[in-house]
Design a protein around this ligand. Structure first.
Ligand SMILES: [Fe+2]
Length: 315
């Protein structure tokens, strides 16, 4: 059965897509695919290699405080209860790619967007499900790919910032692209004067330009959203060009500016990034294998029991 997901995506929004932050409506929140029963089954059955159970300090701007936890052998119902009353964030990665019941969503979403935007041609597209606590949030950061947030349940506030020297110096974008496990970009509250604030309600989609910094705070209830991470060729080429720019800046003291680089220039730099990667001049910072730092426990405040340093070492 084909379903209509996008309900008011206008020509004007199509023109602004990827150029400035926009929102539109969808109807996925009306589907039984995201009921409590469905969420419980997904949390319980989604392969654990593709599931993150995280918590974070209450100061939403403390990116370094994000840590992964062990869901143990709790049932899906217990884990959902822990999220509902605690301070947790679950990401079921690639659920729209891998779960047969949800696999129809990405191609249908794509063909609907292509009706208004024939140029919408993702080279890669991943869809995950975020289930997060009433107090959870995501600190100021950027994503490497283009993103869309299809909001399904609860209320969350999203701050989206323009890209300029005050909010995100080009050096910082390169820093993220050059290191696979670093999404952290410097934030201060004065930047909020420049932010567009979007109050997400069930049935809203939001998207913004590639690399636009953003942060998120849930607004007091359980939140469920789909995140789409996708990259058209234009993004793959831009990211490659910015990797080359980053190396030229750091190794040779040059000051390249992506905005001044046209299509051909970007493509040459993208090709160069492939060579530099082979030469191992682009290094992935190895992910710190810290292991689980807490276990999920619905009976505990915040749904979290921290491991002591001693028990971490023993684990
Ligand atoms: Fe993000």
């Amino acid at each position: 059965m084909s379903q209509i997901y996008t309900t008011n995506f206008s020509d004007e929004q199509a023109d602004k897509f990827k150029v400035e932050p926009i929102t539109w409506q969808h109807n996925l929140h009306e589907s039984e695919l995201f009921s409590d029963a469905a969420l419980i089954s997904l949390i319980e059955n989604h392969p654990r290699d593709y599931a993150d159970f995280c918590t974070m300090n209450k100061d939403v701007n403390d990116m370094a405080s994000w840590r992964g936890g062990d869901p143990g052998d709790l049932s899906g119902e217990e884990l959902l209860q822990a999220v509902r009353k605690g301070h947790l964030w679950i990401n079921l990665r690639k659920i729209l790619n891998n779960n047969p019941q949800y696999q129809h969503i990405l191609p249908e979403m794509t063909s609907q967007l292509q009706e208004k935007m024939p140029g919408f041609k993702p080279q890669t597209m991943m869809g995950g499900l975020l289930i997060s606590s009433p107090t959870a949030g995501v600190p100021y950061h950027i994503d490497r790919s283009d993103v869309m947030l299809w909001h399904i349940r609860g209320n969350k506030r999203v701050w989206v910032y323009p890209i300029n020297d005050k909010t995100l110096p080009e050096y910082e974008v390169e820093e993220v692209l050059l290191h696979d496990h670093n999404d952290d970009v410097p934030y201060n509250e004065q930047m909020d004067d420049q932010a567009l604030v979007i109050d997400m309600q069930p049935g809203m989609v939001a998207t913004w330009p590639l690399h636009a910094p953003h942060r998120v705070m849930n607004q007091g209830d359980l939140n469920v959203s789909i995140t789409i991470e996708w990259s058209p060729m234009q993004t793959i080429i831009q990211n490659g060009a910015q990797i080359t720019n980053g190396i030229l800046r750091r190794r040779f003291g040059l000051n390249p500016q992506i905005e001044k680089q046209g299509k051909i220039n970007r493509f040459i730099r993208f090709a160069a990034s492939r060579v530099l990667r082979k030469m191992k001049l682009v290094k992935a910072k190895s992910a710190q294998k810290e292991g689980y730092q807490f276990k999920v426990d619905a009976s505990n405040q915040d749904g979290v029991v921290e491991f002591s340093k001693k028990s971490q070492k023993a684990a």
